[in-house]
Write a protein that binds this ligand. Structure first.
Ligand SMILES: *Cc1c(COP(=O)(O)O)cnc(C)c1O
Length: 492
């Protein structure tokens, strides 16, 4: 008998050498994180990375030898923790980002501690994700038996919805033949659709030309008659329309398309109806706001983010698919080493791996499951409603400031505005507002973002923030004129 080779008898591990010391350090990590979060209102909305921190991190060599947990944690405290993009702050109003919650943070830690593998498997994590998807289906008005999957973000959730749409409506076997197996497939959405749509069609092999962009009206809602006409024209030109995308809350202005009209159109044309509700879908959690997204419940698939208006820490989003079987048909693939044996750890098959492109997936569901139960979904809906009321009141508040013009209606939680001094041309106003945005961010006053509305540069204040109080918005509103006045006189 050959003897055991020497290296098989070593007992190296990455577990702590001293559990008591590690436990004390771990407790400190939790305390420091909670200290930071509980004092956010006293801090600047954004603190840029200082130059010395930047150069220190950029110069770090591959760490081949141990520095120890405590030393590395100290580096995290001084070099990393304070310098996020500000999304935790009560005065963060940029893009569409949630703020995270302490409970969500802890749930992510617990999920990581379990090291749960959510391809499926015969375990409790699977039951939790199934439950979260079923809850979301019910809340969005889809049948309880709907399919779905938690995804990393709205982009990927939308991508998955479109991949199922392509499989269901291409009219040929896309999985075998690829996108070349038939005529050019076409997908319809408004000009205001988020950039995921183009990326997604490129990724699906349909090409960006397959994204047919339809004009919007004065409220930035899609012109449904124009979409109908475009579908007819495309059909006669030999294209094959497969899908209508409705936006529930556009990223620029928060507009929601007439989803009932789009559902009617999709039904009449035998097209898949997908709703991008990345943030807007969750308006349905508030009885007062639910009418805004009426018609969404008729969708074949819905994408929504829980790391935006669900306020959970990044990353978590969900795609819901009315017909669970169609989702499976688009993705299911079971190699021999992943076969369901009926019993044991893999009993029931890898249900989530069969619903999308990923095999190994983390336990994102835990933070949703714990948060929904701990806070109650109605409380989340109430904060969403609060944000919408805050946006409307903020719009009215700054509209009274001499020099500020509101650039678009405020149907949801986004206020687009700009500083327009008398005698300035449109281009000069664009330049002034670009500079104003940066000074607002750099001063730590608040973090709004910028965008273009009707060809003009605007400052976009998007309130997707469970920490924002009216006092935060007043402080922001009061801080605008002094900063704008300085830039205005510099430019004159
Ligand atoms: C944010 C957003 C997306 C993309 O979602 P991510 O989570 O950032 O990937 C898609 N559509 C709309 C309307 C969005 O606001």
């Amino acid at each position: 008998m050959p003897s055991t080779p020497p290296h098989a008898r070593t007992d190296a591990t990455l577990d702590p050498q001293d559990w008591d010391a590690f436990r004390a350090l771990a407790h400190r990590m939790v305390d420091d994180s909670l200290d930071f979060i509980s004092t956010l209102h006293e801090r600047p909305a954004w603190t840029p990375v200082p130059p010395d921190v930047r150069t220190t991190i950029a110069a770090e060599r591959v760490p081949r030898t141990p520095q120890g947990e405590a030393a590395v944690y100290d580096q995290f405290l001084t070099h990393v923790l304070p310098y996020s993009n500000g999304s935790r702050s009560p005065r963060f109003f940029g893009w569409v980002q949630g703020n995270g919650t302490p409970l969500g943070m802890m749930a992510d830690m617990l999920a990581s501690g379990m090291n749960a593998h959510l391809a499926g498997f015969n375990d409790a994590g699977r039951l939790v994700e199934e439950r979260v998807i079923a809850w979301l289906a019910e809340l969005m008005g889809l049948p309880a038996a709907s399919g779905g999957l938690l995804m990393s973000g709205g982009t990927m959730a939308n991508y998955l919805g479109l991949a199922v749409a392509r499989h269901a409506k291409a009219g040929f076997d896309v999985r075998t033949l690829g996108a070349l197996g038939g005529p050019r497939l076409a997908v319809y959405a408004s000009h205001e659709v988020h950039s995921w749509a183009q990326k997604c069609l490129e990724l699906l092999g349909l090409g960006s030309e397959s994204l047919r962009k339809v004009p919007v009206d004065d409220a930035f809602e899609v012109d449904v008659a124009a979409m109908r006409a475009m579908i007819a024209t495309d059909r006669s030109a030999g294209l094959r329309p497969i899908c209508v995308i409705g936006s529930a809350g556009t990223v620029n202005c928060g507009a929601t398309d007439d989803l009932d009209a789009l559902a009617d159109l999709a039904a009449a044309e035998d097209l898949w109806f997908h709703v991008d509700g990345a943030f807007g879908a969750l308006a349905r959690l508030s009885p007062a706001l639910a009418p805004i997204v009426k018609g969404m419940e008729r969708a074949d698939s819905i994408a929504l983010d829980l790391h935006k208006w669900g306020f959970l820490p990044f990353e978590i989003a969900c795609v819901l698919v009315r017909d669970a079987e169609q989702q499976r048909a688009a993705f299911s693939l079971t190699p021999s080493y992943l076969r369901d044996e009926g019993r044991g750890v893999i009993a029931g098959g890898l249900t989530f791996a069969d619903r999308g492109p990923e095999l190994t997936r983390g336990f994102k569901a835990l933070k949703a499951w714990m948060s929904f139960k701990a806070h109650g979904v109605d409380a989340i809906g109430a904060i969403i409603e609060q944000n919408v009321m805050q946006a409307r009141a903020f719009g009215e508040r700054i509209a009274r400031v001499p020099g500020i013009a509101i650039s678009a209606p405020v149907p949801l939680n986004i206020v687009c505005w700009r500083w327009v001094p008398a005698g300035f041309t449109g281009e000069q106003c664009d330049a002034l507002n670009r500079e104003l945005l940066l000074r607002i961010q750099e001063s730590g006053l608040a973090v709004p973002s910028g965008s273009m509305v009707n060809g003009r540069y605007v400052i976009r204040t998007c309130i997707t923030n469970h920490r924002t109080k009216w006092a935060d918005l007043e402080r922001f509103a009061d801080g605008i004129a002094p900063l704008a006045g300085v830039i205005e006189s510099e430019m004159r």
